[in-house]
Design a protein around this ligand. Structure first.
Ligand code: SF4
Ligand code: SF4
Length: 106
């Protein structure tokens, strides 16, 4: 983690939850876990993704359909059960910095 990352507050940012359609990919392990948990609410929000995988559906504004809660616009609605890719995405990583560099503040 970089020194800069110490000051990042994901709840004030949210940029990595806005991606091109069909690119927030979920894994087979995610799908199995949600089936086991009977999280059909999450499974209903999955569609075809790039590379023959599956992905979270997007809203018209480009956000993941699980993005945002009343009073916390960048909170994740399924935080405790979010996808592997969301869990491993690290604030301050090169990818994070790239998202922050490319996207305007939300
Ligand atoms: S782009 Fe980085 S700082 Fe922003 S929400 Fe994602 S991980 Fe957090
Ligand atoms: S599941 Fe949550 S953390 Fe993952 S992309 Fe969607 S809103 Fe962001």
């Amino acid at each position: 983690m970089t020194a800069e990352a110490v000051n990042f507050d994901c709840l004030e940012c949210g940029r990595c939850c806005y991606q091109r359609e069909e690119t927030i990919l979920v894994t087979a392990a995610d799908l199995l876990r949600w089936h086991r948990q009977r999280r059909f609410d999450i499974l209903e929000g999955i569609g075809p993704g790039h590379f023959g995988q599956e992905a979270f559906l997007s809203r018209p504004d480009g956000a993941c359909i699980h993005h945002g809660l009343p009073g916390s616009e960048h909170a994740c609605q399924i935080y405790a059960d979010r996808a592997e890719v969301c869990r491993t995405f690290e604030a301050g990583s090169q990818q994070c910095l790239e998202f922050r560099r490319r996207a305007p503040a939300l």
